[in-house]
Ligand binder design. Structure first.
Ligand SMILES: Nc1nc2c(ncn2[C@@H]2O[C@H](COP(=O)(O)OP(=O)(O)OP(=O)(O)O)[C@@H](O)[C@H]2O)c(=O)[nH]1
Ligand SMILES: [Mg+2]
Length: 432
């Protein structure tokens, strides 16, 4: 299956159904009251965490994800049916970003993150469905017993999004090609990643889970990194972003190579040059793999040098194929990760949308001719449907900071503004 860690898509929540204007048919009483029912509400669009997938591949062919719209109300006070919500299943570690043109007052945000999916089954509401409009029966009052108007349903939110995946793993395996990273993940976990005696066998990140009782550690095996990767050599560093969230990095080295110490400095240099992570903020274990291939003398030499040069670093000598010291490594991982899982839990992201974008992204005004403007955006249109009476609409618009926006754009008092095909004379409030 193809590995895709970045996609663009549009989500559209369902529109609310319209309320209707209707009166009871009663030949004995032609003045019988209104019985127009309310519209059903539109379905929402949610994102949901799915442990079974590690890529956006299954989402990549669909560009528009829409929820169902509510149906219109009916006579006899019948409410319309609600639209069905849509759940988009994404891998854990998905970051949902807004991909809309930013309004002037949001330019300070480098990018606008709507939320993150971090847990299995975590559900995040991204686009809210529109409410159903009220039927005319809802407007009946002692003053107006037979209202001839009803509300239209409100529009569902619509956003263009960019999804980015940063795989959620506790441990990342980093190393030059062919050093035994995949052999190691297979030996530690239940995965069966392909291994072979040539470089670049692994082309995509792979995940494995190491378990002990209740505790779980996820490990990511990444494609090999070579010298010059930060400048784009080999597979480059495109996969490095997947270790940004690992709390521990295992540097895997092939102890049987001619100069494994140089390999270690290459790895450290590439990681530093990539600028992706600050290695000093991560826990790290250096692993000399394939020690089964070393003569006793070579092994002693390596151990001695490591004792001197890596005295401040955790390091281990292992063989992934012969299972030498794997228990020690496992134990080390559980101890290190337990600590970081305990501290991390507090800093995880919220379970809901971080900003309310209806207001942020929405307003747009264009000048059609001098002193004549058109105001659009679903926030405005929704409001104009909620308040079919012009005075009420203006009253509500004035409660927002629309005035400031219009002033910035050069709208003057007595200019005409068109909202949803209705014309209004705009007046700024007098400030005494
Ligand atoms: N003798 C010996 N061979 C090993 C050991 N670990 C891995 N190998 C062999 O080294 C070769 C490469 O192993 P892989 O696990 O595919 O290496 P990798 O680091 O995942 O390689 P890329 O995916 O290309 O980056 C295979 O032939 C493995 O059998 C070990 O501990 N001892
Ligand atoms: Mg591999």
């Amino acid at each position: 299956m193809k590995f895709i860690d970045e996609i663009y898509l549009t989500v559209k929540a369902g529109d609310g159904g319209n309320g209707v204007v209707s009166f009871r048919h009663d030949y004995r009483n032609p003045k019988a009251g209104p019985d127009g029912g309310n519209g059903g509400s539109g379905g929402h669009v949610y994102f949901q965490g799915d442990e079974q997938t590690n890529s956006f591949f299954s989402l990549s062919s669909k560009k528009l994800w829409a929820a169902g719209s509510g149906t219109n109300g009916q006579n006899q006070l019948k409410t319309g049916k609600s639209g069905e919500s849509t759940y988009i299943k994404v891998p854990l570690g998905t970051i949902i970003k807004l991909n809309e043109e930013k309004p002037a007052f949001a330019q300070n945000y480098k990018e606008i993150i709507l939320g993150e999916i971090l847990f299995p089954q975590q559900t995040l509401l991204i686009a809210k469905g529109g409410k159903g409009g009220l039927g005319n029966a809802a407007f009946a009052s002692s003053v107006n017993r037979a209202p001839h108007y009803a509300q239209k349903g409100r529009l569902g939110e619509k956003f263009q999004l960019k999804l980015e995946l940063k795989i959620l793993a506790d441990v990342g395996l980093l190393g030059l090609p062919n050093v035994g990273k995949s052999t190691l993940i297979n030996a530690l976990t239940n995965t069966k990643v392909k291994t072979a005696n040539f470089p670049f066998t692994t082309l995509n990140p792979q995940l494995g889970v190491l378990t002990k009782g209740e505790q779980k550690i996820t490990i990511a095996d990444l494609p090999g990194i070579m010298e010059g990767a930060a400048q784009g050599k080999g597979l480059g560093l495109q996969f490095l972003r997947h270790i940004v969230r690992c709390s521990l990095i295992i540097y895997v080295l092939d102890a049987s190579r001619d100069n494994p110490w140089q390999d270690l400095s290459v790895l450290e240099k590439e990681l530093k040059d990539s600028g992706f992570i600050e290695p000093q903020n991560k826990q790290k274990i250096i692993i000399w793999n394939k020690i089964d291939l070393l003569s006793l003398a070579k092994k002693k030499e390596l151990q001695k040098k490591s004792q001197l040069e890596l005295s401040n670093e955790k390091h281990l000598f292992i063989s992934a194929t012969q299972r030498i010291n794997l228990d020690l490594l496992t134990q080390e991982l559980f101890e290190s990760i337990k600590k970081s899982q305990e501290t991390n839990i507090i800093s995880l992201s919220p379970l809901h949308k971080i900003y309310d974008f209806t207001v942020l992204v929405d307003w747009q005004i264009v000048s059609l001719k001098p002193h004549y403007w058109k105001l659009t955006g679903s926030f405005i249109e929704n409001l104009s449907q909620k308040y079919p009476q012009p005075e009420k609409l203006i009253q509500h618009l004035k409660k927002t900071n629309l005035s400031e926006y219009l002033q910035q754009k050069g709208v003057k008092s007595n200019d005409v503004i068109v909202i949803s095909n209705q014309e209004f004379f705009w007046q700024y409030e007098e400030h005494n």
